[in-house]
Design a protein around this ligand. Sequence first.
Ligand SMILES: NC(=O)c1ccc[n+]([C@@H]2O[C@H](COP(=O)([O-])OP(=O)(O)OC[C@H]3O[C@@H](n4cnc5c(N)ncnc54)[C@H](O)[C@@H]3O)[C@@H](O)[C@H]2O)c1
Ligand SMILES: O=P(O)(O)OC[C@H](O)CO
Length: 334
Amino acid sequence: MNALNIAVLGGGSWGTTVASLVARNTGVTLWARNPDTVEEINTRHSNERYLPGFRLVDRLRATNDIGQAVRNADVVVMGIPSQNFRSVLGEVKQHIRAWVPIISLTKGLELATRMRMTEIIQQVLPGHPVGVLTGPNLAREIMSGQAAAGVIAMEDEIIVQELQSVFKSGLFRVYTNTDVIGCELGGVLKNIIAIAVGMGDGQGAGDNTRAALITRGLSEITRLGVAMGGKPETFAGLAGMGDMIATCTSPQSRNRHVGIELGKGRSMEEIIEEMTMVAEGAKSAPAVMALADEHGVEMPIASDVSRVLAGDATASRAFRGLLRVEAGAESEPG
Ligand SMILES: NC(=O)c1ccc[n+]([C@@H]2O[C@H](COP(=O)([O-])OP(=O)(O)OC[C@H]3O[C@@H](n4cnc5c(N)ncnc54)[C@H](O)[C@@H]3O)[C@@H](O)[C@H]2O)c1
Ligand SMILES: O=P(O)(O)OC[C@H](O)CO
């Protein structure tokens, strides 16, 4: 048992899952903005809206007072979707103690600035050690007790090893990595490829097609990730290939779900209206394309997905285009 106080912010699927996992190891306060969610977690040990049918660890405590969660925290964990991340950090700033590490669970970019979440943390709260917890980690599968592996990435080799023991548990194996940029971008960029794979699946594409999209998708996200400062080997690990496989093949993935519905010919408005949870790839796609332009990286799959998301192409046209592209050497884009 650790003696650290951990604040997990965000009472959605992943924030609640991580808080429940960590509560097996040490004290956790989960901050959720919805008072009903807080009441339900504290009295019934469940969060039915996001994790239906699952029981949370009894000793997990929730609050809707962010100051109460953050004031005595030794580590702050951010499970807030990317477009609201900065505003919540602004509230964190009013309560956090000096040098407390901040770990992001979020797999998106801020649309207005194209920034990664760890960049936003460094901007809003300079001096705090920053990191990400990422990898092939579908919340409901972890809640159901299936074995999984993740990665905690921080630049400081000593702090990252200390935090590894906060997050790991019997069936959740946590590896360390010092490539924060690569690990963070692996989680962000795979979401767009999962939408592409979903678009194919929604149109009845085969297993060979899915494998081609995943493999070519991995190569284009690696090119951008490396251009932005990530290490190539990170994209072959859990945060890259691992998360690509989980997200592109799981019926639980929200990003793949968006792609499937687009593939069936539905509009983004209809799809989003029916979803209660976030699909980060749909939000971050324009920022990803702007970064690809800025770094001179060709991303044909992401570019077609972006056009469909923006309503500038239909999924069936884009998908036919993806398969029609003239093939060159395997090491080249396209
Ligand atoms: N669900 C997963 O399996 C999973 C796994 C790994 C990473 N992630 C990532 O974790 C992040 C969070 O995803 P999730 O699955 O928990 O999403 P979710 O849609 O299940 O829940 C999001 C939560 O954030 C809360 N929220 C949104 N804006 C807020 C604000 N301004 N203040 C306070 N709370 C706010 C919502 O009320 C909701 O409780 C995403 O970036 C996602 O990509 C999710
Ligand atoms: O449900 P998704 O598509 O947001 O994916 C969840 C996680 O990122 C999988 O690791």
